[in-house]
Structures are given as C-alpha cells and as structure tokens.
Design a protein around this ligand. Structure first.
Ligand code: G4P
Ligand code: NA
Ligand code: NA
Length: 189
C-alpha cells in the first residue's frame, strides 16, 4: 500500500534500531480517514475470500479491524488480554509470549462470538515476533472456525515472526513490509 509507506516515511520514528513508532496515526493518536484507507486496502487484498468475522487482539488491532469490518460488512471480535468480570467465563484461549515483559499471558475470546460456522480473517497492526498471531491462531483452532486469511498492517520482515509462521504453513499478507531500518533509514520490500 503506497500511501501507507509514504505515511510511515513521513511520520514514523525509528527507536533503538528495531522499533517503529507510528503513534501519530496507528498506535496512540488515530487518523480515522487514513485508517479507513487501511480498511479498504484489506478489503481489496482479501476480496476473493468469504469472511463472516474479523478477529484481532486488543488494543491496537481494534481500530484497523473495525475499519476493515465496515468494508467487509462483518462483525469484529477482539481477543482480550485481561480476565475481567465482564468477560464470559466460557472462552477460547491463546497463549502469547511477551518479549518486552518476558512472560506468557493469555488472550481470550468468549465462546459466544466465535463458532465452527465462522470464516475468520485475522488482522493485526504489527507482525514482529509473531506471538500475537500465534495466540489468535490458537483461538481460531479452539473454536473450530475456519481460518481464511491473515493480514497485518506492518510486517517487520527483519524479525522472526513472519518466517517462523510461514514455515508452519501460515499464509500472511502485509500492507507494508519493512526490510530494514538501519540508521533510521526505512527500506520497504
Ligand atoms: P508480536 O509477537 O505480536 O509480533 O509482537 P512482539 O511480542 O514482538 O511485540 C509486543 C508488542 O509490540 C505487540 O503489541 C506488537 O504489536 C508491538 N510491536 C512490535 N514491534 C513493534 C514496532 O516496531 N512498533 C510498534 N509500534 N509496535 C510494535 P501488543 O503489546 O501485543 O499490543 P497493543 O496492546 O500495543 O496493541
Ligand atoms: Na497489536
Ligand atoms: Na501494539
């Protein structure tokens, strides 16, 4: 997605050589019109698929998934990271390893909102180590739903997640793939 690469070049900030801050439109402040373009681009990317539900993880996946949901005209479900009283007790679970916190945590979706009749498209903002996607795959599998595709806004191609998951047979598409960010210079695929 050319407009996304341009936006990243204009507004992205590289921290510590491997973290891309896109807080001005994706991860903190949200740019609705631009996120709508991302939603549209996902629809175009996956237009051949029959999708009944979009699945993402809180927090940053929600905005882009909702925008995509408008274009697919399907509900969006986000996996929750904390077990709260508001969450139904009956859930499908996935396990995610956080490299920053160096610990595992669970993500959960109520059994009410995913079933073996669903055709699920997984969407997320970043693919880095692939842990979030791994947890979402576990949830889809536990529900018996059919996984029809996976899309991410930004893949950091220099990290292991994409390679690892594709080696396991996962098909993942990215709207923008970053090959390197050396010296703050962002190179796209
Ligand atoms: P991954 O396995 O999901 O690929 O991510 P990883 O554990 O490496 O990263 C932890 C969190 O940081 C994830 O968000 C992930 O989306 C995000 N992340 C990874 N690399 C970058 C980056 O270069 N830039 C930005 N802005 N984010 C990055 P999270 O904590 O699971 O979700 P959320 O609550 O922020 O949505
Ligand atoms: Na995310
Ligand atoms: Na994030």
């Amino acid at each position: 997605m050319e407009a996304l690469k341009e936006k990243i070049r204009q507004e992205g900030r590289v921290l510590g050589g491997s973290v891309l801050k896109v807080d001005s439109f994706l991860n903190h402040q949200l740019d609705p019109e631009f996120l709508n373009e991302i939603g549209k681009a996902f629809k175009e990317m996956f237009k051949e698929l029959k999708v009944t539900k979009i699945l993402t993880a809180e927090v940053s996946g929600i905005a882009i998934a909702v925008m995509a949901g408008l274009h697919f005209q399907v509900p969006v479900v986000f996996a929750k990271k904390t077990q709260s009283l508001n969450l139904d007790p009956e859930t499908y679970e996935g396990e995610v390893y956080s490299y920053t916190k160096q610990q595992h945590y669970k993500i959960r979706v109520s059994k009410r909102y995913l079933s073996n009749e669903d055709q699920v498209l997984i969407l997320d903002d970043f693919l880095a180590n692939g842990e979030a996607l791994k947890g979402l795959y576990q949830i889809v599998e536990a529900s018996g739903a059919n996984l029809v595709g996976t899309g991410v806004v930004i893949e950091k191609g220099f990290q292991e997640g994409g390679k690892k998951l594709r080696a396991e047979g996962r098909e993942i598409k990215a709207l923008a793939t970053i090959l390197s960010m050396d010296h703050g210079d962002i190179t796209f695929l």
